[in-house]
Design a protein around this ligand. Sequence first.
Ligand code: NAD
Ligand code: WQD
Length: 346
Amino acid sequence: MAVLVTGGAGYIGTHTCVELLTKGYEIIVIDNFCNSNPEAVKRVSKITGKDFKTYHADLLDKDRVEAIFFENKIDAVIHFAGLKAVGESVAVPLKYYQNNVTGTMNLCEVMKQHGVKNLVFSSSATVYGTPDQVPIDENTKLNALNPYGRTKKIIEEILHDIYRSDQTWNIAILRYFNPIGAHPSGYIGEDPSGIPNNLMPYISQVAVGKREQLTIFGKDYPTMDGTGIRDYIHVMDLATGHLSALEKVQSSGGVEAYNLGTGKGYSVLQMVEAFEEVSEKTIPYKIAERRAGDTAICFANPTKAKNELGWQATRGIHKMCEDTWRWQQKNPNGYTTTEYQNPVHN
Ligand code: NAD
Ligand code: WQD
């Protein structure tokens, strides 16, 4: 069983590749490395002791994608490749529509030509926008509030249209909540370029001494301590969610969306506290204005994934912080760290 993994060099892609290889799948990776480092792919091989083909290719280059399908027998596709920075998507929306929407359309056209119709797609809880109520289930009205979110919503609609036109497609749309954490080996993890946009990479960079202090965006939300609440999910739980979705698309048709979250929400201050406990470091912070576009409380109802995919998240926030911290300490400069510090031998 061979799985094409687009964006397989990225944060969630690498962790899913490890799970796939560990479970005996053959994988083929496509990545243009616009937001990742080839070193990440090497680390996947290091962890698993397995080699696989990696194509330095762009989904916008449809001829190249087609050539890759000619060269390989592909049974299913997990499609991670995409741009994901909310703020950047507001500044350069066309880049986001072009990359995410056109890239997905190219991929789906080539899949169709080659009769490959099993697809797992990375969507995001961002498609819900500001929900009227929590927990959020999959029937909640979609209301993406920024161009990035709208690319995901549009792609979801395209995938529904593809299935309506041809019911031999099998498509799982996975709406991730807030992925954090790293592989327990400390070999792979999240490696944002520049100043991190997201909470956990920021906290861990403060802890390791790369940044002076965390800025907490808003302390006047209607939550227990005034800071925003999110559903943080360990990236290894997300990875196993992809394997469950893959089994589902191989065994039954349809197009279905699933929330991948834990169903529990934690505030910014609770995450800071958990990280401090695990790392035994103090995280200095200052309170600032709310960040534009942020919602107060967002967490999943993950029941559909449990019932239909037989999947549920098992790792708690301390494990998430512990694995993030191991990765950050061993790779203070991410994949550009010259020498991997204190490697774990398998
Ligand atoms: P990432 O940036 O680490 O990984 C995405 C990978 O896709 C990168 O390696 C990048 O180089 C590659 N890529 C981008 N455009 C490409 C193109 N046109 N052709 C080939 N490769 C391309 O991001 P991630 O956090 O691993 O996210 C993976 C997917 O999950 C994305 O689609 C993202 O939108 C979605 N998602 C992420 C989060 C999150 O918080 N990390 C949450 C919800 C959804
Ligand atoms: C979490 C909480 C912030 C940074 C984003 C995307 C979403 C999805 C996941 C891709 C919020 C607060 C953050 C900081 C802070 N990605 N915060 N100081 O905004 O829930 O979701 O990532 O699909 O589309 O929008 O995650 O980690 O940025 O923020 O106080 O420096 O931490 O206000 O309450 P978010 P996040």
